[in-house]
Design a protein around this ligand. Structure first.
Ligand SMILES: NC(=O)c1ccc[n+]([C@@H]2O[C@H](COP(=O)([O-])OP(=O)(O)OC[C@H]3O[C@@H](n4cnc5c(N)ncnc54)[C@H](O)[C@@H]3O)[C@@H](O)[C@H]2O)c1
Length: 352
């Protein structure tokens, strides 16, 4: 590709600092041009570390002709208003997860990008996890037959400092605690990836959702424990249990069991997402042991670099991004259905 896609960084906090900046430095088809953050010391330190001009004025990014696309890495409630401003300035838009905090906002962003003729994508980067891509390939080859059930499971114990400073404590913020500013807790903040990845891997969509959640052990408005029961459009069942407040959960369980792990159960086998990818099949599938387990040690991969490069290629080729905003909207719809169910104690049906 001739010219690298020029990227403006909007929001220079934790994820931009510890992951996205490094990921774009490794890109072959994209480069950072400049950045903006309203907190002066955050903009300054980003400029020093990544050697791009950074300011506290959004126009410095949106009016820069070398900026062809932006990555929005701000508190969740700002994703859509900033995305719409970027689209109106003629910039292609990549938005951190979740796409928005409401479906109305998601629709407004999608419409603004269409009207401006720019691409819009949601950074649901875990679709590029090597184990997710392998699992998708194996399911498409029929390794586990028909999917009967999906398990989503992950317990963590986020420190009090997380709620005002993330994992790095580089930027003081309180948006993670606020229901309006974040949209929710462990579900929308973290399990957005799991819910999305399972949609990608299996191609299944949730049609019925029932949830219970609460805030037991954290000084926040958002939930720290949630359980969700789902029915999918092929009839499969789904069960999610997630928490951010369980003492001891950051270490392996006392009997050696993992405190995180998703799984897909099929009529001919199963796939377990552990430290490695574990696959059991009764079928004759190349590369798998019939009637036994096969283990794949997939490694971490470079999901963010791949995500940005693939987006850059879509811009240059006049194509569609791998993860268009519409996909982020579909995932968001499941999460919001779970929150609605948890509030009303009613089952929520989703469109087929
Ligand atoms: N921290 C992680 O591990 C992680 C991982 C993946 C994705 N994300 C996502 O990235 C996004 C940002 O999360 P974070 O953890 O970096 O949060 P953060 O609070 O550390 O950083 C957000 C930054 O946005 C800035 N900001 C606020 N208003 C702004 C505006 N109007 N214009 C420009 N910048 C503005 C803040 O000053 C702050 O520096 C969220 O959507 C989050 O879900 C975070």
């Amino acid at each position: 590709m001739a010219k690298k896609l020029g990227i403006g960084m909007i929001g220079l906090g934790e994820i931009a600092w510890k992951a996205t900046g490094k990921a774009i430095e490794a890109c072959t088809d994209a480069q950072m041009i400049c950045g903006v953050d309203p907190v002066a010391h955050v903009a300054k330190s980003y400029q020093e570390r990544y050697e791009i001009p950074c300011s506290t004025n959004l126009d410095d990014v949106l009016k820069n002709p070398d900026v062809e696309a932006v990555i929005i890495s701000t508190p969740h409630y700002l994703h859509v208003p900033l995305g719409i401003l970027a689209a109106k300035a003629g910039k292609h838009v990549m938005v951190e997860k979740p796409l928005a905090t409401s479906l109305e906002d998601a629709d407004a962003l999608i419409a603004a990008c269409k009207e401006a003729g720019v691409l819009c994508s949601n950074c649901l980067v875990s679709r590029y996890n090597p184990d997710a891509m392998k699992a998708k390939e194996l399911i498409e080859k029929g390794a586990i037959g028909e999917v009967m059930a999906l398990k989503f499971f992950g317990l963590s114990n986020k420190a009090p400092s997380y709620w005002t400073g993330g994992y790095t404590e580089r930027v003081y913020t309180t948006w993670r605690k606020s229901k309006v500013e974040s949209g929710g807790g462990i579900l929308i903040m973290n399990f957005v990836h799991d819910v999305d990845r399972m949609r990608y891997i299996t191609g299944l969509e949730a049609t019925r959702v029932y949830a219970e959640y609460d805030t037991f052990n954290t000084d926040t408005e958002v939930e720290d424990f949630i359980t969700v029961t789902m029915r999918y459009n092929n009839g499969a069942l789904g069960n999610l249990l997630a928490a951010s407040c369980v003492p001891g959960a950051n270490r392996i369980g006392i009997r050696g069991e993992s405190v995180a792990g998703n799984a897909i159960y099929g009529t001919k086998g199963q796939i377990v997402f552990d430290k490695s990818l574990l696959v059991y099949t009764e079928n004759e599938i190349e590369g798998l042991n019939k009637g036994d387990w096969t283990e794949f040690k997939m490694g971490g991969g470079e999901q963010r670099t791949l995500y940005v490069d693939r987006f850059a290629q879509a811009v240059r080729n006049g194509g569609r991004p791998d993860i268009p905003a519409e996909e982020g909207r579909k995932t968001l719809e499941v999460l919001l259905a779970a929150y609605k169910s948890g509030e009303t104690h009613q089952v929520v049906n989703l469109p087929m």
